[in-house]
Design a protein. Structure first.
Length: 245
């Protein structure tokens, strides 16, 4: 995980995501629905639902929208039956791409994902072809601009809270955890430090840098995938020189 800032990837896509806020809320509502349907509507006893609620709040999703999605799961009025599917493949220059989806029509989703890869210089692969390049981790970014906390002090506190690793990049402390420790570590840190991002995500073992032409094609691929209603998340091991300091 060393040598690259996860937060740079988050920042790079934030403005584009802001322009698609309505679509993001719709996808989050679907994710809330599924989490509540599978594990119950009480976030105190449903850890996955708690994570999705935090994710929704981090995206500034209104509380009314969150509550509506959870209540919809409790009532099950529409009878939707969503399925989790992950697609794996390669973008331009062999960049690893993982696409997680929630769908009620596998054929539609598979066709749309395959089309996005084919139109943008990529290729859809078999299950497992790139997932071994990623680890599922909790990730917490802390703004250290105005903090007087030293790196070794922050490292000690994060490890004591249950974190696995800490990196310092730009004006941030980046804390990594095992998924099952994420919520515990976040709660230990959020009252004391300015957290700017917190999520359970897929972290690549290493990042691959590509030239500008390939980077532009990859961005188009990611945009097309993220624009699909069934796609929840897109993960890559992509790093362009423009992202580096």
């Amino acid at each position: 995980m060393a040598g690259h800032s996860k937060w740079k990837n988050i920042q790079k896509r934030k403005n584009a995501q802001d322009s698609k806020r309505g679509k993001i809320f719709m996808k989050l509502a679907k994710e809330l629905y599924v989490a509540a349907k599978q594990g119950g509507t009480d976030p105190e006893s449903n850890a996955n639902l708690r994570l999705v609620i935090d994710k929704a709040k981090g995206a500034n999703m209104p509380n009314d929208n969150i509550d509506r999605a959870i209540k919809k799961a409790a009532g099950n009025h529409d009878g939707n039956n969503y399925e989790d599917i992950t697609y794996e493949g390669y973008g331009p220059s062999g960049i690893a791409v993982m696409v997680t989806c929630l769908t009620d029509n596998k054929n539609r989703t598979a066709t749309n994902v395959r089309t996005a890869f084919n139109k943008n210089g990529g290729s859809l692969g078999e299950s497992g072809c790139v997932s071994y390049m990623f680890d599922r981790k909790g990730f917490i970014a802390i703004d250290r601009t105005d903090l007087k906390t030293a790196e070794d002090e922050m490292m000690l506190e994060a490890i004591e809270a249950g974190a696995e690793d800490l990196q310092t990049s730009d004006n941030l402390f980046e804390v990594f955890t095992e998924p099952e420790k994420f919520e515990e570590v976040r709660k230990a840190l959020e009252g004391k430090y300015p957290i700017v991002s917190a999520e359970v995500t897929m972290i690549p073992h290493t990042f691959a840098e590509v030239d500008q032409a390939a980077a532009e094609k990859l961005e188009k691929l990611i945009d097309m995938l993220e624009d699909d209603d069934d796609v929840q998340e897109v993960y890559t091991n992509f790093s362009s020189s423009a992202e580096e300091d």
